[in-house]
Design a protein around this ligand. Structure first.
Ligand SMILES: Cc1cc2nc3c(=O)[nH]c(=O)nc-3n(C[C@H](O)[C@H](O)[C@H](O)COP(=O)(O)OP(=O)(O)OC[C@H]3O[C@@H](n4cnc5c(N)ncnc54)[C@H](O)[C@@H]3O)c2cc1C
Length: 506
């Protein structure tokens, strides 16, 4: 019997992997990962993502080999790559997790399904997390999620049957290396997290046992959040850890803390963390149910509110976008976050929300180019969460509270002594604390003494905060107030709204 193919996509692990377990129960298996040119050319893609994937693949390859099988890594379009493999050995079974991703991966899955039918290959997909396919109604969704999470994670198979040694050598000969795929593109995220199941489990353990106690309070600050947040997002995005594994580990830890005195803070933090694991799937479910949200406003009454087509942008719109992308808006916290992202691929939730809010309201830019740029900077890019959040923070869902973050107030609240700003915007290193959020207000002599000349060594604000804030507020509330926007909001809520109102307000 020819080995079945287990197609790894964004599930780069052997633990809690239903397709691998089920395929292995039936007979020999071979793992397959395909670097797809279409994905590599998408506007959301970054060489930083590839570096993380490479780590995951290296470990996956070693783990499958130690269990007795093999991981094939190919570079090519799908289903053509499957077709070539099928010419080499007539496999009859393809196994994978369901994927809720970009339109290109949805279209690719349909092509793969068609190919399987034509070739007589049976393709079995299993759910990857709490996303329900198809979902008839949002009512009762949280119950679905809990039922999915309830069973313990599946154990890693103790051994696998792979191809024969000769077949392995023959098949591995066509494998591609990372440099074949990456070309000359350097990885900009020099300080990005590394991938793989081992790292994922270490990060999980250190969060649950060492770092997470003050999560609830510290998650909003870019400095403390760096260690107090779980930092599991890239592992969840590429599946080097399953949500169910994290959910069970968190539950177990909360239970054991109940036995220990003075652990109230720990338990509150972990309870707050647990909710977010559900949000992960709640947001991806939106893309699953309405894939168009990658391209179109949730609430169609907001169409045309901002200019999406970059070829139609005015010079002013382009200037604002360039300043935001380059971390040169003249708003120190915004600039620090953008520069931190360039290098590390991570920033906490509050700062992400502020970055999009600043682009959408102060700079009045459409969420689509903003989302695409941030996707290339987020190591944890996850289409369903990302597009939903970018639209939410731009005010175009009609069902969420409008939040226009002031970058000056956020700096005062979240980085009062300017430690984060000084780290990422070295031009401001010697600016006194009282001016760190608004360096343009420094008197000329102070600017000289601080070695920061606003307009020369550090940009003047790209827009005036008060003027831009007032104009944006008026425009967004005018748009929200129309009867069409309200009707659309009801539709959006019925289709996507969390039945727990607090989640939607986020
Ligand atoms: C504009 C914007 C874009 C975002 N894009 C992404 C993205 O592409 N990928 C991504 O994983 N997260 C995204 N988020 C959500 C959130 O900011 C990150 O999940 C979080 O900062 C990742 O760090 P962490 O793992 O330490 O988070 P923790 O706070 O430790 O949370 C643990 C996990 O819960 C989930 N989670 C946490 N907050 C949210 C949330 N608000 N919505 C949905 N899931 C959540 C994530 O899977 C996260 O890994 C975005 C938020 C905003 C405002």
């Amino acid at each position: 019997m020819p080995p079945a193919v287990v197609w790894f996509k964004r599930d780069l692990r052997v633990a809690d992997h239903a397709p691998l377990v089920e395929a292995a129960e039936r007979g020999p298996v071979v793992g397959l990962y395909v670097h797809e040119p279409e994905v590599l050319a998408s506007p959301e893609w970054s060489p930083g993502h590839l570096a993380f994937i490479e780590d995951c693949l290296a470990e996956l390859r070693a783990r499958l080999a130690s269990l007795g099988s093999i991981l094939l890594v190919r570079h090519g379009a799908m289903p053509d790559t499957l077709d070539r493999l099928h010419d080499q050995w007539r496999f009859g079974e393809l196994w994978s997790h369901e994927e809720t991703g970009l339109a290109i991966t949805y279209a690719r899955d349909r092509r793969v399904a068609g190919w399987c039918r034509r070739r007589g290959v049976r393709w079995t997909e299993r759910p990857q997390h709490g996303v329900v396919r198809p979902l008839a109604s949002r009512d009762g969704w949280a119950g679905h999620w809990r039922r999915r999470m309830a069973p313990p994670p599946l154990p890693t198979p103790t051994s696998l049957t792979g191809p024969t040694a000769d077949e392995m050598t023959f098949l591995a000969a066509e494998d591609v290396s990372a440099s074949d795929v990456r070309g000359n593109a350097p990885n900009p995220m020099i300080d990005g997290q590394s991938g793989g199941e081992t790292d994922a489990n270490l990060v999980l353990h250190s969060f649950l046992h060492e770092r997470g106690e003050h999560y609830q309070r510290a998650m909003s600050t870019p400095i403390e959040g760096w260690t107090a947040c779980s930092r599991l997002s890239p592992h969840l995005a590429y599946g080097s850890l399953s949500i169910r594994t994290v959910h069970h580990a968190t539950r177990d830890r909360i239970e054991s803390l109940r036995e220990e005195p003075n652990t109230g803070q720990w338990r509150r933090s972990l309870a707050s963390y647990e909710k977010r694991l559900r949000w992960h799937c709640h947001f991806i479910q939106k893309l699953e149910d309405e894939p168009e949200i990658e391209f179109r406003n949730f609430n169609r009454a907001f169409d045309g509110l901002r200019q999406e087509d970059r070829s139609c942008w005015t010079t002013e719109e382009q200037r604002r976008f360039d300043a935001w992308v380059g971390g040169r808006t003249g708003y120190p916290l915004v600039d620090a976050c953008m520069r931190c992202l360039d290098r590390t691929g991570w920033i906490n939730f509050r700062m992400r929300a502020m970055l999009v809010s600043f682009a959408a309201y102060h700079l009045w830019l459409h969420w689509k180019p903003v989302a695409e740029h941030l996707a290339t900077r987020f190591l944890d890019f996850e289409a369903g969460i990302h597009y939903s959040q970018c639209q939410m923070q731009s005010g175009v869902t009609g069902i969420n509270t409008v939040r226009i973050y002031s970058p000056v107030k956020q700096a005062a609240d979240q980085d009062p002594d300017g430690r984060f700003i000084r780290r990422w915007v070295p031009e401001l290193a010697d600016v006194p604390d009282e001016h760190i959020a608004r360096p343009e207000e420094m008197p000329p002599l102070t600017q000289h003494m601080a070695g920061c000349l606003v307009g020369e060594t550090y940009p003047a604000p790209v827009v005036d905060h008060e003027t831009a804030y007032r104009a944006a507020k008026e425009r967004i509330f005018d748009a929200r107030g129309t009867s069409r926007a309200r009707q659309e909001a009801s539709r959006v809520y019925r289709r996507h709204g969390s039945r727990s109102r607090r989640t939607e307000r986020r």
